[in-house]
Design a protein around this ligand. Sequence first.
Ligand code: GAP
Length: 428
Amino acid sequence: MEKIVSLCKRRGFIFQSSEIYGGLGSVWDYGPLGAELKRNLKDAWWHSSVYERDDVEGLDAAILMHPSVWMASGHVTSFEDTLVDCKGCKKRFKVEHVTGKKCPECGGELTEARQFNLMLKTHLGPIEDEGSLSYLRPETAQGIFVNFQNVVNSMRRKVPFGIAQIGKSFRNEVTTGNMTFRSREFEQMEIEYFVKPGTDEEWYEKWVEERFSWYIRFGITKENLRKRQHEKDELAHYAKACTDIEYKFPFGWSELEGIANRTDFDLKQHMRLSGKDLQYFEEESKEKYIPYVIEPSGGIDRSILAFLADSYREEEVKGEKRVSLALHKSLAPIKAAILPLLRNRPEIVELAKSIREDLRKHFKVMYDDTASIGRLYRRQDEIGTPYCITVDVDSLSDKKVTVRDRDSMKQDRIAASKVKEYLTDKFK
Ligand code: GAP
């Protein structure tokens, strides 16, 4: 974990928020390469969830919602941790993490247990009173539920179908740590999949398999993934069943994504509090019902951490340590690096720059001429760049360049004019 945290900071993937002020607890910023990785991950999810399916629409709802939403969803009353404080060292613990009546850190006396709601509060408008109280959403899901009818009507959708959304969520987490794993501001990728009651268990199984194989498709080692079904007493207040997809993080097996059967809980609650009829009318059977919902809910930040941990490699090559990120090509922040071997030979520089101009219209590329070739390769390996293109003296006469593969380190000599086609083929 230390190696990953250090690489993230050194190479511009993830920085602590407000670092120059000593940092803000459990809030993180994505640097230049982290921002690219995050975009690629979101694209991969959106592509497979929305574009590759006939039965899912996208949505981008606001973070701020009517306060009644959180009454209906149960978050105002049930989204709570039970906490105790140590009177000695002042540390705070979740009650389930404490055995006995003493502080697990210093042995000091503990306060009475009290409830702590995890939602972050804010006020809308100029007057800060109860009436202006609002929340930063703790899950993106509710934006989907309240728009269920809008999507059915505007897109003429028939059940079963789903609505997918990626967006920020906020939780005033008490137990934090392990970098972005548990943050107070994070991003979720969620689908609410609406089905006819009675077909929910079948769809639940399907989504568990679908989401499990998605991580493998994008490069996570199968042995580092497992499914864990929730016991009845750990189910969220809205769920009839839930399976976590867990990843073997450097700090142990932990949740990456949860697939829950939310039943008709949310739509029913919104019907109750809004007074609006959110039932679905099935043309074929002339039946009216409240759909059940299967919810695959993953975290972008946790996924990034898992993809980084899973792709991290250390090996010895010709007596030297090589660190590389064997990221799936579609996730790699930089797709190709253009490396001129002699930066003071104008013809080499000209050819290298013309390749860069050609490639940058299609791929995120990087140009680097600031070190020896061995060093340049190592820099790119460490950030997961799948291809390095070197332009050398011979390139001037044979009009060819060398393309080196990150994982096999094999080199191909190909025509400079064909680099774009070569890479397009590799990224298919
Ligand atoms: N809508 C359902 C829901 O929010 P959850 O299990 O609380 O369910 C879903 O969250 C996913 O969101 C988790 O599997 C995790 O990947 C991510 N997540 C939740 N809390 C997080 C946090 N504090 N920091 C980073 N990711 C978090």
